[in-house]
Design a protein around this ligand. Structure first.
Ligand SMILES: [Ca+2]
Ligand SMILES: [Ca+2]
Length: 270
């Protein structure tokens, strides 16, 4: 695990590189789709945290909402808009729908929502170590799931152009791509890097690698943020080079946005 080529970001805790053992596990080849999530909601009546809060985060160029429904934008990340009525079924705002998105990843789901889905499905979130093992696809120490070479726009869905205003769409997508786009890695996983960030089970701590268990690590015992891995359609070298196997990020468990989803793992829990 970890950043072998020095491209990690200060504060992201991608080092030290360390060897871990994970017991065999079975992981989804794709992130959970809107179709999967709709089945869960239909079966349980579950209301996501965005629905309870009444708003969620939408990327400014994807907005489908009346301006009255735009509640604000964080000064540090003004490309995110807080939008009333944005939720998993209206990922770009209340005027958006899931039409055409049946095979796209579900987004606007918090870590709490992902756990609720897992409980219904009889599955769980991957640990951070399992996620990285799966994302590497049998190529340890490489930068991307397919190796070290960069194939601009042909292997994953990130941002091309000038972030956050101009996207040339060289890879075909401004926001999410269908979950089976590009090519799977050596273990059959699609889009572990790019497309959407993926929630992991672990609590986040910048220094967790220095004190990681060597067998089946599960991360810190407690924390304030949960780990997310893999980067998203908003990643770009100029702003966020986190579309790499080793890259790490985190968010509070009740956070949701238009570029965060998840994939699940079969029980039991390590
Ligand atoms: Ca793209
Ligand atoms: Ca991903």
């Amino acid at each position: 695990m970890g950043d072998s080529d020095g491209s990690g970001n200060p504060g992201d805790g991608e080092t030290p590189v360390h060897e871990v053992w994970v017991d065999a596990f079975s992981i989804d080849t794709t992130t959970v789709t809107t179709t999967d999530f709709a089945r869960f909601v239909a079966a349980t009546g579950y209301r996501t945290e965005s629905e309870v809060f009444g708003y969620s985060a939408v990327f400014h160029l994807a907005l489908h909402a009346d301006l009255d429904d735009v509640l604000g934008q964080p000064p540090q990340t003004p490309w995110w808009l807080g939008v009333r009525g944005a939720d998993w079924a209206h990922p770009h705002g209340p005027l958006s729908t899931l039409t055409g998105l049946a095979e796209h990843p579900v987004v606007q789901v918090s870590h709490t929502d992902a756990l609720a889905y897992c409980a219904w499905a009889g599955r769980r979130l991957p640990t951070e170590a399992e996620w990285e093992c799966a994302a590497r696809g049998g190529l340890p120490g490489r930068r991307y799931p397919w190796g070290d070479a960069w194939h601009e726009g042909r292997r994953c869905n990130i941002w091309q152009g000038r972030f956050p205003a101009v996207n040339t769409l060289a890879d075909g997508w401004l926001t999410t791509a269908p979950v089976r786009s590009y090519e799977p890695n050596g273990y059959g996983l699609w889009q572990s890097v790019g497309n959407v960030w993926e929630w992991c089970a672990d609590w986040w701590a910048e220094g967790s690698y220095a004190r990681s268990a060597t067998r089946n690590p599960v991360g810190p015992a407690a924390g304030e943020q949960r780990v997310m891995r893999g980067g998203s359609y908003l990643c770009h070298d100029s702003y966020c080079n986190r579309y790499r196997n080793a890259a790490r990020a985190s968010n509070t468990p009740d956070s949701a946005a238009g570029n965060i989803g998840f994939r699940t793992v079969a029980l039991p829990t390590p």
